[in-house]
Write a protein that binds this ligand. Sequence first.
Ligand code: MF3
Ligand code: CO
Length: 250
Amino acid sequence: MIYLKSRSEIEMMRKSGKIVAKAIRECYEAIVPGKTTTRDLDALAERIIKEAGAVPSFMNYRGYSANTCISVNDVVIHGMPTDDPIMEGDIVDIDIGACLDGWHADSAWTFGIGKISPEAQRLLNVTKESLMQGIAQAKVGNRIGDISAAVQKYVEKNGYGVVRDLVGHGIGRKLHEEPHSVPNFGKAGKGEVLREGCTICIEPMVNEGTYRVKTLEDGWTVKTADGKLSAHFEHTIAITKDGPELLTLE
Ligand code: MF3
Ligand code: CO
């Protein structure tokens, strides 16, 4: 059963979402190329979330042992903190979740650090726009497959691969709840019907090359199978009678 949120519950999730958006922005702004590590950013995000009175959603989630997922270049998702400095020209996915008063929000944004290649910039632009294409389908009466198909169509039209092995999800009292899968590929008109008060995360992961990915021995870090770049954008969305509302904005 998909739990449908009331207006006041959606507003609670928006409060969590504002904290997430602020943490992502402040992490990005803190990056000094050649110096800042993803471990530094993980500590910064923890501080920002806790100072706002919230709890990092990812810590201890199914055994995950960090506050953030920060995924650099060919890391697709679930990058764990490391001591390697972020470098000029990297693309860095900062994925953060926060829980305030029992309500979760989850968002991710991929940033170019300093001057990046035109190819990398195009990947970021297309991935971000694929999320927007998906969000535009998050309307009362549509189905999950309408979101999935819109994302896939836009990504593939632009010559990229959309990751199959990881998907978006319902969110609310839990980081991951029903609907358990909001895929970034699939058929329009299929899947669960979207109703007012349904809150979901849409999170396309888009690869420059093959959509295939591999998980490292740590059980978390997911990389592209071919070593090419990958980008990831995510928002927490509420489906309302007035259309999709983005809850992870400042
Ligand atoms: N945004 C990702 C997701 O929704 C991050 C989860 S990381 C985890 O699945 F550690 F919490 F699993
Ligand atoms: Co998510």
